[in-house]
Design a protein around this ligand. Structure first.
Ligand code: HEM
Length: 113
């Protein structure tokens, strides 16, 4: 039960910071540069710490939840290109990106396979 609370808590944190990031970027002169730099730094931090935990905790790459997280991370990396190409409504894209973030958190918390 506490794992479900942990998962909901994390999704809430992601959504809160998405809202704050959107509002702060909207108030800044160069929102695209701001978003691009933060996107790159956060992806690198997630990847380095993810591989660090894998090494320290002795997990292999063959676990489904680890492979799924790496694929979702790649999608989140590519998603900035989807923003730039305006492939869909911004609210729809934010919803998809948050769902992918929620799925990544689910994989880390629950390790379903
Ligand atoms: C947006 C991407 C990601 C999100 C939101 C995310 C989220 C999480 C969360 C919530 C946990 C559970 C922490 C806990 O229960 O204390 C976790 C653990 C972990 N994640 Fe990620 N993660 C992401 C990407 C990655 C990537 C790319 C890798 C691998 C390269 C990775 C490897 C791990 C490992 C090894 C753990 C440790 C699990 C454990 O404590 O037993 N994660 N992650």
């Amino acid at each position: 039960m506490e794992l479900i609370y942990k998962f909901i808590h994390l999704v809430g944190v992601m959504a809160l910071f998405s809202a704050l990031g959107t509002a702060i970027a909207a108030s800044c002169d160069n929102a695209k540069k701001f978003a691009g730099i933060l996107h790159g730094i956060s992806l690198i931090l997630i990847l380095i710490s993810g591989f660090g935990m894998m090494a320290r905790l002795g997990y292999g790459y063959v676990q489904g939840w680890v492979i799924t997280k790496i694929v979702l991370w790649l999608f989140l990396g590519a998603s900035l290109a989807l923003v730039k190409r305006k492939v869909m409504k911004p609210s729809a894209l934010l919803g998809i990106v948050l769902l992918v973030g929620a799925l990544s958190a689910y994989m880390g918390v629950m390790k379903p396979f």
